[in-house]
Write a protein that binds this ligand. Structure first.
Ligand code: NAD
Ligand code: ZN
Length: 357
């Protein structure tokens, strides 16, 4: 597979990852290497990664507890202290070996300690490979508020080795794949069809190539719009409604725990329904999206009252203009329109679509 190299990012795939990593280590000769893991990636990914690393530098491993609840300033504080005690300096290197929690937190810790040391992302979850480890956003949550503290700093390189996916559970694989489908919807109809045809076969060359293409799509969008003024907004497709569903379900004891990707999949159906009303998405393409959603087997169903609560949540989205909810919508699969204002009554109808599949 080719690499992705430009003024912002270097993303390498499979064996080439380790060639580039070892070349870099040879040239830089870091004073020490800090490998950030969580307990799961320590068990499953560290033993795969370490034999690939060729270096004489001192290696320290910092393991944190897994889970979003640990993507916090409190965890950072512990990691900063450990790094200082272990003698980190400006010529050290941080390698973030984990899912999006590790790359977000590890990138933030590395960018801030000693006013910034170099870091490399080695994403081990599917979501990390196609989304979180690409784009340069790093940060942590502030209490219940997601991603409130952070910086935009690009890693020296992102290394994608799909062998790591073999220990990821299926729910996490589906979770990551939702963002891949989203990439098809906003950028490339052929890619959408290829994703549909791939089904749930995650361990083969075809899927490896789909991961590569997804990284290319995210990279292209970010490189063309690093400040999120235009095209980068498209990466939020399905996320305006999806974030509201995610937040709403968290506050409802009777709603099941929902992963980000699951809420975004429902958000994609909601926003695709709106796209048929506002931006000319054809009924045929809408059916393709609806069939995909149906195949996922999620069972979201909301009352009018729930939907009103979610409309309130959407009204607080930081991407709104003058307090009005703005959506990214599709004009067709592969083409989007940003900043669409829609009527509340249509949002209600769109959420009710979820119960019809
Ligand atoms: N920076 C960005 O642009 C960006 C984009 C999207 C998401 N994110 C962030 O990413 C995070 C979600 O990422 P995630 O879904 O990877 O979550 P995660 O890092 O919590 O990983 C999910 C679970 O899988 C485990 N895991 C990871 N890799 C494994 C492997 N190879 N084998 C076995 N277990 C493994 C983890 O320990 C964890 O329990 C969120 O915090 C989100 O805000 C950031
Ligand atoms: Zn997302």
């Amino acid at each position: 597979m080719e690499s992705i190299e430009n003024h912002l990012f270097n993303i390498y795939f499979q064996e080439e990852s380790y060639t580039k990593l070892n070349e870099y280590l040879q040239t830089k000769q870091p004073s020490s290497i800090f490998i950030m893991v969580d307990e799961n990636t320590m068990d499953h990914c560290y033993p795969v990664f370490m034999p690939e690393l060729k270096t004489e530098s001192r290696i320290e491993v910092i393991a944190i507890d897994p889970g979003e609840e640990h993507k916090s300033i409190e965890t950072c504080s512990g990691v900063w202290s450990a790094m200082v005690e272990l003698g980190i300096d400006r010529n050290s290197l941080v390698i973030n070996l984990g899912g999006g929690v590790i790359t977000d937190l590890g990138g933030f810790v590395a960018s801030t300690i000693k006013r910034g040391v170099d870091f490399i992302h080695v994403p081990t979850s599917l979501l990390g490979m196609v989304d979180a480890a690409i784009g340069g956003k790093n940060g942590v949550d502030l209490g219940p508020l997601k991603n409130q503290i952070g910086v935009i700093v690009s890693p020296i390189m992102t290394l994608i080795d799909t062998r790591f996916l073999r220990t990821l559970d299926e729910q996490q694989l589906v979770n990551g794949s939702i963002e891949m489908f989203k990439h098809g919807l906003i950028a490339d109809k052929a890619y959408w069809n290829d994703m549909i045809n791939a089904g749930k076969n995650y361990y083969n060359d075809i899927f490896d190539h789909l991961i590569f293409q997804s990284a290319v799509i995210k990279n292209d969008v970010v490189v063309n719009d690093p400040t999120e003024k235009g095209a980068r907004k498209a990466l939020n497709y399905g996320h305006t409604a999806g974030h509201a569903i995610e937040s709403f379900c968290l506050t409802q004891p009777d709603q099941p725990d929902v992963l980000h990707g699951e809420a975004v999949a429902a958000g994609i159906l909601v926003e695709s329904f709106l796209s048929t009303r506002y931006t000319g998405l054809s009924p045929l393409e809408y059916d393709s999206i609806k069939n995909w959603y149906k195949g996922l087997g999620f069972t979201f169903s909301f009352t009018d009252r729930d939907i009103q609560d979610m409309i309130q949540l959407m009204a607080h989205d930081k991407k709104n203009v003058n307090g009005e909810i703005r959506f990214v919508l599709l004009s067709s699969i592969g083409d989007f329109v940003t900043d669409q204002k829609v009527e509340n009554e249509d949002i209600v109808l769109a959420f009710h679509e979820l119960a019809t599949v």
